[in-house]
Design a protein around this ligand. Structure first.
Ligand code: E4P
Length: 217
């Protein structure tokens, strides 16, 4: 399974890319709004750090505006993927942009029916938001199971990009189900590394080693 980071922070992206486990980046208008500087320049810099897909989202809500912004985002770099919301105009823009060989990530997906539409419109990625579904008392991972089953049934090539991951178990469950990608905030990627037995074990190994060296000295 591929692992993307969900952030607009260049510092965080550089740090995670340096670990050698990063396959791509997702951003959204809320994340990019937090960063200083021009969003196009920031996305260009991100493309220079990560050799993988980088999603940049349109803010227009009508088809014509989405097409204009989509072309503008796609021009930034070959890495760029145009993110459109799962609305009627978004699905229409997905079909048109995909027809021009521009990769599209259909975002704000909250149902299997919506995911089916994204695949039919030729989306390269669909982004179901598991954390936000959990927030309203439903099980976000159930939706991932449904989408993976539907896409498998019909050999849709749209990749299931599990978004709004809030903790390591979202990532583990996404991998167990066979989703293609999980995108996580930097803190959740950090948490994937942690296990108390690793820290305790390492501390003990190093202490034993030091003690043995002291005896030999
Ligand atoms: C995905 O592309 C979105 O940017 C993101 O995962 C949203 O996550 P949130 O629900 O934590 O804001």
């Amino acid at each position: 399974m591929k692992l993307f980071v969900d952030t607009g922070s260049i510092k965080d992206i550089e740090a995670i890319a340096a670990l050698g486990i990063l396959d791509g980046v997702t951003t959204n208008p809320s994340l990019l709004a937090k960063e200083p500087g021009d969003f196009r320049e920031n996305l260009k810099k991100i493309c220079g750090i990560v050799k993988g897909p980088v999603s940049g989202e349109v803010t227009a809500t009508d088809f014509t505006g989405m097409m204009r912004e989509g072309h503008d985002i796609a021009k930034i770099d070959d890495c760029m993927v145009v993110k459109v919301p799962l609305t009627r105009d978004g699905i229409k823009a997905c079909k048109a942009l995909s027809g021009e060989r521009i990769r599209v990530n259909v975002t704000l997906c909250f149902s299997a029916a919506q995911a089916l539409l994204a695949a039919k419109a030729g989306a390269t990625f669909v982004s179901p938001f598991v954390g936000r579904l959990d927030d309203v008392g439903t099980n976000g991972m159930d939706l991932i199971r449904e989408i993976v089953q539907i896409y498998d049934n019909y050999d849709f090539t749209t990749e299931v990009l599990v978004a709004s991951c809030r903790h390591p178990m979202h990532v583990v469950e996404a991998a167990r189900i066979g989703a293609d990608i999980a995108t996580c905030p930097p803190a959740v990627i950090g948490a994937l590394f942690n296990h108390p037995l690793t820290s305790i074990g390492l501390e003990k190994f190093l202490k034993d080693w030091e003690q043995a060296q002291a005896v030999k000295a």
